[in-house]
Design a protein around this ligand. Structure first.
Ligand SMILES: *Cc1c(COP(=O)(O)O)cnc(C)c1O
Length: 407
């Protein structure tokens, strides 16, 4: 008799986006003439930069000629892409990261989800709330938690992100072995200062733990004081893994390319306390279970680092940040406190009421869809996430309607 992994039965069904869809469908069926604007999405809306499209075409042409055809590539990714990343994303910022410390993948969701399998079963986890659900759910699937009681899994130390701490969680008073951090944050849009990240690095050093740093929204940082990489912090090479993705940076959500950085100096320990490089564990895992990202896509990703590519991706993120600024200003005029939107595409609004009630109010009174914060965790209650991923016209119209509805 085949049995299933019963840890899957512990997963709290995520009804968030299904629930949103259900409510929006019910509304549009009752109001077929309504023009609903979706500011709830976590997906980009603008097309790929021309430099990437050109490289994609050129890569496809190479695959069509015998002399330039490529079969399986290196599992870690082509050297041309890893070298461009190491140079532009890290060395140019003073981070001592080498090309062979970078693993190219088809997405950060997979990387964030897969990384936990190289660590022991009984490690102590610290995970923020509210949160990108992948960090929690993949650990539930792996059996590292108990049951979900009252919206929280037993066995996880939750790092509360609230108005009181500016949505940057405090260092816990108890030790944790694996710590998930995401800055600029999804869903809150909050960023961490150099001092805050340095405190996390010191904590990880003290407890011989590892920080998993998700920097998917790094390209939206405009404040020169805010670190783009955890490796800008002294000593982070010895305690941190960083996740990056081209999804939000360059509109690659449907094209798929990302990478993970594992410094060769980063160690984990066996039950006798003997150190092993995490790099070699992940190398083994990656080469066993992954066969590389397609060549044309890696060419397209490398094009982001050309002069034209850098200008075009900057224009893309500038465009979304322009939307975000309008959203922030509109919330301020309505007297609703919010964070994010200045170094992030998301604005986290403290609504002062039940998050689903506020969602329904915007849907019914303004025909605007946002994302109820409660769907991202207990601490998300009372908040909604508004996304700047949309056209300028839609954002302006939506904000006018929200202002009229809340007056
Ligand atoms: C969008 C996003 C990613 C990127 O996921 P991909 O699989 O690379 O598209 C990673 N982390 C967070 C928090 C995100 O919101």
């Amino acid at each position: 008799m085949i049995r299933f992994n019963e840890n899957y039965a512990k997963l709290k069904a995520s009804y968030l986006f299904a629930d949103i869809a259900k409510r929006v469908t019910a509304f549009t069926q009752a109001n077929p003439q309504a023009n609903v604007i979706r500011l709830g999405i976590g997906d980009v809306t603008e097309p790929l930069p021309p430099a990437c499209i050109e490289a994609l075409h050129a890569g496809a042409d190479e695959m069509g000629r015998r002399e330039t055809f490529k079969g399986y590539g290196p599992e870690q990714g082509y050297a041309f892409l890893r070298e461009a990343i190491a140079l532009h994303d890290f060395q140019a910022r003073g981070c001592p990261i080498e090309p062979d410390e970078i693993f190219i993948s088809d997405g950060s969701k997979c990387d964030c989800g897969n990384i936990q399998e190289i660590f022991a079963h009984d490690i102590r986890l610290a995970i923020p709330d509210p949160v990108y659900p992948v960090y929690v759910d993949t650990n539930v699937m792996a059996g590292r938690t108990g049951a979900n009681i009252d919206g929280r899994y037993e066995g996880i130390t939750y790092l509360d992100s609230t108005a009181a701490n500016g949505y940057v969680p405090a260092i816990p008073s108890t030790p944790a072995d694996l710590i998930y951090l995401c800055f600029p944050n999804n869903p809150t849009g909050a960023v961490a200062t150099r001092a805050q990240l340095a405190a996390w690095v010191a904590y990880a050093k003290r407890h011989k733990s590892i920080i998993l740093f998700d920097a998917a929204y790094e390209a939206f940082i405009r404040n020169p004081e805010i670190p783009h990489s955890i490796y800008e912090i002294e000593g982070a090479r010895d305690v941190a893994i960083e996740f990056r993705s081209f999804s939000k940076t360059a509109g690659f959500t449907g094209t798929r390319c990302a990478f993970i950085v594992i410094p060769k100096t980063l160690a984990a320990h066996d039950s006798l306390g003997r150190a092993t490089p995490v790099h070699s564990l992940w190398m083994r895992r990656h080469t066993t279970k992954f066969n590389g990202v397609s060549y044309p896509v890696q060419k397209a990703a490398a094009a982001i680092y050309t002069d034209a590519g850098r200008q075009q991706t900057r224009a893309l993120t500038d465009f979304y940040l322009g939307n975000a600024k309008l959203i922030r200003e509109a919330m301020a005029r309505l007297g609703l406190p919010c964070v994010g939107g200045d170094n992030s595409p998301y604005i986290w609004v403290n609504t002062g009421r039940d998050s689903w009630e506020f969602f329904d109010l915007l849907l019914h009174q303004a025909q605007v869809v946002c994302t109820p914060g409660a769907g991202f965790g207990k601490c998300g209650e009372g908040h909604v996430r508004i996304s700047s991923f949309n056209s300028r016209e839609n954002v302006v119209t939506a904000l006018d309607r929200i202002a009229a509805a809340l007056k």
